[in-house]
Design a protein around this ligand. Structure first.
Ligand code: SF4
Ligand code: SF4
Ligand code: FES
Length: 299
């Protein structure tokens, strides 16, 4: 449930010294509105913060100031806002959140740019397709679980030296490289209308292990997502990875597989790494059709 009572003023141009004005003057303070949640399954509520403007900030530096201050815009002490981050250079995907209505990485979201688009405020929300752990931090386990469903790896028997592998032809490298840039950030699944949130409530007295097993079973039935379809195509074209291509195609034709995709193409529009997801989806469509036909005819 979202509490809209504490929203304060609505979007619009700044009249009070906050935000960039129409002459491009720098503001004294940045108004930030954060959708908070105290824990998994708890109700969410908006909270306003005011952060002193500094040049060249990104959303992570804004969140760091908010955490250090631990007071809301009215000066009341509040628990520090929680968020995830790691690499700070748009490589790990951990800081993905919804910023001014658009899913993206907080570390590469520059404050000056955000304020020039909306001088009134910066609005931060957690991704909506994953269970919230706290505030802007979400549990992306399902994203990684999908990668294991499609066996998104090159199978090897051990870590001893097996000698040189087969050569990777240059033209294949060209199609593989863009797909290999996926950082499991979750933007594509956030935008996908077919990817709906799976969140299980804990049963009283249930162990962590039992809860995780129930979650995994549900994740494994739900839509695998465009990132995993694309990774399946990446590893199916790898000279060694293709040894288990059939197993990946089996996963893509099982419940929650490729057939769930409605081809809305929202995923490709939001991928920060510009991964050609719809091309991967089309390739997967052809490969799974062939795979199913071969299985029918016992080829
Ligand atoms: S495909 Fe793009 S949007 Fe999706 S998880 Fe990978 S990097 Fe993120
Ligand atoms: S093309 Fe498929 S995976 Fe991509 S957003 Fe649309 S339904 Fe989702
Ligand atoms: S912190 Fe790694 S992508 Fe933003």
């Amino acid at each position: 449930m979202v509490d809209s009572h504490s929203n304060g003023h609505a979007n619009g141009h700044s009249h009070d010294g906050h935000g960039h004005d129409e002459h491009g003057h720098k503001p004294d303070h940045i108004e930030v509105r954060v959708l908070r949640q105290d824990g998994p399954g708890q109700p969410s509520y908006w909270e306003r913060h005011s952060v002193k403007y500094e040049a060249d900030m990104n959303v992570i530096s804004v969140l760091q100031r908010i955490a250090a201050n631990a007071k809301n815009a009215e000066g009341k002490h509040v628990a520090p806002v929680a968020w995830d981050c790691n690499c700070l250079e748009e490589v790990c995907g951990a800081c993905t959140m919804v910023i001014n209505g658009k899913v993206r990485q907080a570390c590469s979201a520059l404050v000056d740019k955000l304020l020039s688009d909306n001088p009134a405020e910066i609005e931060l929300q957690p991704m909506t397709k994953f269970p919230v752990v706290r505030d802007l931090a979400v549990d992306r386990t399902r994203l990684f679980s999908a990668l294991s469903r499609v066996k998104a790896w090159v199978p090897v028997d051990g870590y001893y030296d097996m000698g040189a592998g087969p050569r990777y032809p240059a033209e294949d490298q060209e199609t593989a490289y863009p797909l290999s840039q996926c950082m499991s950030c979750g933007c594509c699944v956030e935008a996908c209308p077919q990817y709906t949130k799976v969140e299980l409530e804990r049963i009283e007295g249930e162990t962590e292990e039992a809860y995780n097993a129930r979650c995994k079973a549900d994740y494994d039935r739900a839509f695998v997502g465009p990132h995993a379809i694309s990774q399946a195509m990446l590893f199916n074209q790898h000279p060694t990875g293709k040894n288990i291509a059939g197993e990946r195609l089996d996963a893509l034709t099982a419940e929650g597989g490729l057939q769930v995709c409605g081809n809305a193409q929202n995923c490709v529009a939001v991928c920060p790494k510009l991964i050609p997801l719809t091309t991967s989806i089309a390739r997967a469509g052809r490969a799974t059709t062939l795979h199913v036909l071969k299985k029918w005819f016992g080829a």
